[in-house]
Design a binder for this molecule. Sequence first.
Ligand SMILES: Cc1cc2nc3c(=O)[nH]c(=O)nc-3n(C[C@H](O)[C@H](O)[C@H](O)COP(=O)(O)O)c2cc1C
Length: 476
Amino acid sequence: MSLTQEFELPDVIQGGMGIAVSTWQLAREVSAHGGLGVVSATAIDSVIARRLQDGDSTGEIRRAFASFPNQSIAAEILHFYFNDNGRNPGAPYLDVPKLSLKPAKLTNNLLVISAFTEVWLAKENNSGLIGINALEKIQLATPATLYGAMLAKVDYVLMGAGIPTEIPELLRQFADHKAVKLAVDVSDAKSKHFLAFDPAQISVANLNLVKPKFLAIISSHALAAYLAKDEKTRPDGFIVEGSSAGGHNAPPRSKDSVGEDGQTKFTELDEADLTKVAKTGLPFWLAGGYGTPANLAAAKAQGAIGIQVGSLFALADESGFTRTIKDELLEKLATDTLNVKTDPFASPTGFPFKIVEISGTLSDASAFDDRARNCDLGYLRVPFERPQGGIGYRCPGEPIKTYEFKGGASEHNSRSKCLCNALMADIGLGQLRVDGSAELPLVTFGSDLAGAKELSKIHPKGWTAVQVLNFLHSVS
Ligand SMILES: Cc1cc2nc3c(=O)[nH]c(=O)nc-3n(C[C@H](O)[C@H](O)[C@H](O)COP(=O)(O)O)c2cc1C
C-alpha cells in the first residue's frame, strides 16, 4: 500500500484562519461535503470564554460541554465565564489567564475544553473529516489545545508559522494519555526550558484516543526534507503555502526584503521546489492563490493531492468574520478596490502579515496611532530569561517603554500591531475599554484575488461554504 492510500485524502482543505474565522460551522459544512474542514485553535480559550459571557444564546457551547468527559471541569468553566443574560451593555469581557510556562490549572482546563468544544461541534452529526489548525509560535497553548481536540476525536492537526518538529511525537504520546514536555523557545536563555502537560490533570485516561494525522504547513522544500527524514519529526503530509496566502507568510529569504513600497518583497527564492517536496514520498497540498477550478487541476497536475484554500472560505456565510467585514470585502471586490498589502512589521511575530486596507480598521494609520497600546491577551508574548533570573514575557505589540524595559529591542517595535485584540474584533468579540472605546479590527486576506473575483461575479451578495466547494470542483 502506498503512503497516500493509507488515509482518506480530500482534495480541498479549508484552511485554518485567524482567531475563529474558521469556525466550527464553516469546518462542519466543508467536511460534510467532502472537504477537510478545519477549525482554528488560535486563542480558542478566549473565544469560548467570550461566547459564554455573551450568553451562549443558541446553547451550542453548553451542548458540547455536556459531552465533555470530565463534568467537574465543564462546571468550573461555566461557573467562571457563563453569563445567562449576556454582558451588560458597555461591560468589558473578563479576560482568561495568560499563557505561561507554569500555567494555572484553570488555563489548561479552559484550553482543553475549548478546543474540545470547537472540534466536537464541527463533528456533531457529521461523519466527515475535521482538522484543527494551530500556530507553532503559540507554543504555550499547544499541548493542552491538542489534547482537548483529541478528546473530541479530531482527525487532523495542521500547524505552520514555525518548525513543528515535536508535534508528531506529542500526538503519539497523547494517544496513550502520556505526559509531555514541550521544548519552548525562550529568548536570552542560558538553559533549556520546557512546558509540561500531564493529561492526568483532566482525569479521562479511560477514553480510547486515536492519534490524528499531522500536516505541516511549510513554504520550503528544505523544511519538507528536514521534517521527513526522521520518523520522530515526520508529518503525514505537507501543505506548501506560497507568499500570496492570507494571514502570516514565511519570512522572505532574500536579504533586501522590503520593497520601495514598504511591503515585503518575495522572490523566486521563496518558492518551494515541488519535485523535491514530492521526493519525500508524503502527500501534499498547495496553498496561496490556488482557489480556482483551474488551479485545483494545476495543483493535481504537479503531483499535489489538492489545495488548501483560505480567502474564499473567509468570505463564506459560515465564517467568523463579522457580516460588516464580509460586506466591505465583497463591495471592494465588486468595485475592484480591494487592496491587500504585505506588511513586514505589523505582526509581533516578525513574520510578514497580509493586511486589507479598510478605513476604520487598524490598517488606517490614524486609527492605529490613536489606539492606546495594551497587551492584555498576550498570545504572542515570548518568554525571556531575566538577567537577574526567572522568566518574563514580552511582546513588541505592548507599550513601547514596557517592551524596552523588559529588554525587548526592535527598531520596528513602534509599528507592531496588537493582532490579538484586532483579530478578536474581526469576529465580533472585541474588547471594550474603560473610556468607552472598542478595539478595532484588522483584516487579513490573500493577495491573489482571482478566485474571489470570479466567485463574486457568480454570487455578488456572498456565498456559502458549499458554493465555494462547488465552484472549485466546477469544470474550468
Ligand atoms: C483571514 C485569513 C486568516 C488566516 N489565518 C491563518 C492562521 O491563523 N493560521 C494559518 O496557518 N493560516 C492562516 N491563513 C492561511 C490559510 O489557512 C490558507 O493557507 C491560505 O488562505 C491559502 O491561500 P488563499 O488565501 O489564497 O486562499 C489565513 C488566511 C486568511 C484568508
